[in-house]
Structure formats: C-alpha cells, structure tokens
Ligand binder design. Structure first.
Ligand code: PLP
Length: 479
C-alpha cells in the first residue's frame, strides 16, 4: 500500500506540474478538491472514493480514440485496443453480476437509462412492427409506415417509483426526457409503514398496463423484492427494468442476494459505476439475451463514441469489485448504515421507514423545526456533507424539503466502522439540536435561514477532523 501511495504520489505530482504549466488554476483546483474531500465527513449517499488504480486509468490516450460501434464491429479503423478494453470490461460486468449480457459504453447513469428505454422500445415496439411489415430495418420502411411507427413510440407507458418517496427523475418524470417520451404513472409507498406496498402496486399496474415497470430508487432506505416486481411485470405483460444506479455495489458485493438481487429477475438492468460500485463516473446496462441485440445498438441510438478511457477504468473497478475484499466492503456499507440509523434513532431522530437495510438513511428533520435545506446547510457549516431530500408527502416541497439523505459508501471506503458511525450520528444530532430557523423578512418561519448555537459548528468540524485523522483518504498520497 505504501509503495503504491509513493508511486501514485510521484505520478500525480508530475501530472499536476504538467497541468500547472498550461493552466495553473486547474491544477490548483484539483489539489484543493483533494483537500476538501479529505477534510469533510462525506455522507452524500451517491458518492464514493474510487481506487487510485481506477482514477489513474482514466487519464490517458485511450481518450483520443473514436470507436463507435461494438467490439469487433466498429465504424472506425484501428480499434483493436479499444476492443480489448471494452471486451474485458463487459466480461467483468457479466461475471460479477451473473448477467447474460453487459454493455459498458454509457457515459453516465442517465445515459444508461436512455439506452435501456430505447432498447426496450426497439425490442417491444419497433421489432414487431418491422416484422409485421416485412422490413429488415427502419430504413426499409415507407414514409407513411415510418411515421406511424414513430408516433407509436410516444404512446407507450412507464410506471416507476414516485419522486417524493425516493424514485428518480429518469423514471418518467416531466423534467427528464423519460417524462416527455412516455405516459407515466408512479407508485408510492404505504402511508403508515413508508414501505413499497406490492399489492397496491399490482392493482395500479393492472389498471395502468405499463409497457415498462421500473424498479429502483435514489432515496428509498430499504431493499426491494425483485421477485415480486417480476410477478407484477408478468401479470401485466410489462418489461421489468431495474435501475440499480444507487445500490449496484450492494448487488456486486453479494449483500443483496436471492429475491433482492435484481439481475436474475429483470429483463434490463441499468446502473452507474461511480456510486456504491466505487468505479469511474459512468454507466452500464445488463440485459437478458433477448434484449441484448437492441441494447447493443445504444450507439448510435442514443450514444455517440464510447469513452474508451472510462471503459478501461470500468474494467479495473469491476475487477476490484470481484474480489472478496469488495464483498467485505459492501457488507460494511450496510452494517455501517444500520449503526448510523440505530445511533440516530437512539438519540431521538425520526427516520423515514424507521430505519434502513441498505446504504441510505433518510432523516425527517421536522421535529427539530427545520427544513431539509436548513439542516443540510447547518451540517455543511460543521464539516458534514449531506444533501437535502424530500420525504413522503413532504410539507416543504422538492426545493426546501423536510429530509436529509445520508449514505455510508464513501466513509466506509475510508475505513470507518460501526463505532465511528455512531459517533457520526452523535455529531449530526448535536448540530441539528443546536440549529434554529431564522424568521424570514415577511415574518413567516424561514425555510432557508438558520442559526447554529455559538461554537457548535466549530466543535463539530474539530470532532470530524479528529475522527477522519484515523482514516486518511488515499493514505500516503502527497501532491
Ligand atoms: C444517480 C442516479 C441516476 C443518474 O446517474 P448519473 O450518472 O448522474 O447520470 C439514475 N438513476 C438513479 C436511480 C440514480 O440514483
């Protein structure tokens, strides 16, 4: 480890000095970012720290190559090394997740979802139409037939988890292209338990008859039963699409197995690679063999040339995720979330669903008299980085919110364990207790302004520094 750190230190020092010679403000910002990340309790549930090997794989000349197409079938010459890289990344993804097919080109989670949606439309809407019309591909269709087919894409229905109980914008919501593409209906959670109500979901699905049922979330602090999701999809003839962007690391690390593992049940699975999976910023799509030919056409359907340097880094990160040490890491992510939730509950903090069994803890801060925005800001002032988030039926709307979402993947990568997460729970509770809303200029209770009792932010930052000192980020790396 220290050899690696010494080598990486010299690699980064030299790389940064080259950058400094061209645009010193950029090398300075890169250095400052390391200091920022080292100095705060990073509890943003979607963030992590990739390994030095993964980070170093991204900065090279693979970036300079155009490679539209797929392995062995490119629209550009000279792609043999990209073929090698993409084939290895896809092989690791297939074997890690036990998938029939893997596509590693998507540039991000949103792009992976776009590939997923359009490949499902290609498979379920376009292919049958081509067959009916006796055409080999879309270019063979007459103007009229094409216009009919083109319009039929816009008539399709998607059903995903409601935003305010933890769904994602890409699951059919209006600000995202998915909401403009599809008719959408969302499913919520039980008002009492705040858990997915599968019986109600089935009844709603029978009524709405979606072409695509989406499972997956970015702020739901619980596991999903994908066998039940499969049954519901089958009952209404829907394609089951699972967006595991947030929790892929827990699938990779075999924390979610059996009915909690989406891969055996879903037709198509999309994910980011940079959240709990701890890889480079990017996306992947896994699919059953039936859907593989249409997923394979992600480029040119919705993607341009692949980011070959990122595919290389995906291969490195996926190789890491296949090790036993990654499985231990993933289990610790879940154990730490439990310790954090228990620590908060013990100190009287209200949690959505009353706890967690994944990597997310969602605080409901209304009992402190605060909005999510005030809580997020007060925590940030104290060196604790979280993000505000809606809670079910949020009285403050999607901007101010009533929740704070916290997650354990990043600090678990630094090595913090259950005892340290209990301490984190204590620090968070102390800050929230010491924070009061400041009345807005119109005399109403403010939703943004707040005050922290004297000395608490400073004391918390000091406590965070002390806690983090024992768990250095990229130990030995000096730049
Ligand atoms: C983060 C996330 C995405 C989007 O990922 P990006 O890489 O930011 O585009 C999509 N779906 C879910 C469920 C997510 O949590």
């Amino acid at each position: 480890m220290s050899d690696l750190a010494a080598t990486a230190s010299s690699a980064y020092t030299q790389a940064l000095s080259i950058i400094e010679g061209v645009e010193p403000r950029i090398s300075a910002a890169i250095k400052a970012e390391l200091a920022d990340q080292r100095g705060s309790l990073k509890l943003i549930a979607s963030e992590n720290y990739a390994s030095l090997a993964t980070l170093l794989t991204m900065g090279n000349w693979l970036s300079d190559k155009y490679a539209e197409g797929t392995v062995g079938h490119r629209f550009y010459a000279g792609c043999r090394n990209v073929d090698t890289v993409e084939a290895i990344a896809a092989e690791h993804a297939r074997e890690l997740f036990g998938a029939e097919y893997a596509y590693v080109q998507p540039h991000s989670g949103i792009d992976a979802n776009l590939v997923a949606y359009w490949s499902i439309l290609a498979h379920r809407v376009e292919s049958p139409a081509l067959e009916r019309l006796g055409a080999k591909n879309v270019n063979d269709l007459s103007e009229d037939d094409w216009e009919t087919l083109r319009k039929s894409f816009a008539e399709q229905r998607v059903m995903g988890m409601s935003l305010d109980v933890g769904g994602h914008l890409t699951h059919g919501f209006r600000p995202n292209i998915s909401g403009k593409m599809f008719h959408q209906r969302s499913y919520g959670t039980d008002p009492e338990t705040q858990l997915i109500d599968y019986d109600k979901l089935l009844a709603d699905a029978r009524e709405f008859k979606p072409l695509i049922l989406v499972a997956g979330y970015s702020a739901y602090p619980r596991r999903v039963n994908f066998a039940k999701m499969r049954e519901i999809a089958d009952a209404v003839g829907a394609t089951l699409f699972v967006d595991m962007a947030h929790f892929a690391g827990l699938v990779a690390g075999k924390v979610f197995t059996g009915e909690e593992d989406p891969v055996p049940y879903a037709d198509v699975v999309a994910s980011t690679t940079h959240k709990s999976l701890r890889g480079p910023r990017g996306g992947i799509v896994l699919a059953k063999a039936e859907y593989a030919p249409s997923v394979d056409r992600g480029c040119p359907m919705v993607l341009g040339g692949p980011l070959s340097h990122i595919m290389a880094a995906k291969a490195v990160a996926l190789a890491e995720a296949r090790t036993e040490s990654f499985q231990q890491y993933a289990q610790k992510v879940a154990d730490n979330a439990k310790a954090l939730a228990d620590g908060l509950l013990r100190r009287g903090v209200r949690l959505v669903t009353g706890g967690t069994d994944n990597h997310i803890v969602l605080l409901d801060v209304r009992d402190f008299g605060l909005t999510g925005r005030q809580a997020e800001s007060a925590l940030l002032d104290s060196g604790v980085v979280t993000n505000r988030n809606s809670v079910p039926n949020d009285p403050n709307g999607a901007w101010y919110t009533t929740g704070v979402r916290i997650g354990t993947p990043a600090l678990t990568s630094r090595g913090l364990g259950a005892a340290e997460f209990d301490r984190v729970a204590e620090l968070i509770t102390d800050v929230l207790k010491a924070t009061t809303p400041v009345t807005a200029s119109n005399g109403k209770p403010g939703k943004a302004k707040y005050e922290i009792a004297a000395g608490v932010a400073e004391a918390t930052q000091k406590a965070a520094d002390e806690l983090l000192a024992d768990f250095p980020l990229y130990p030995g790396l000096t730049v």
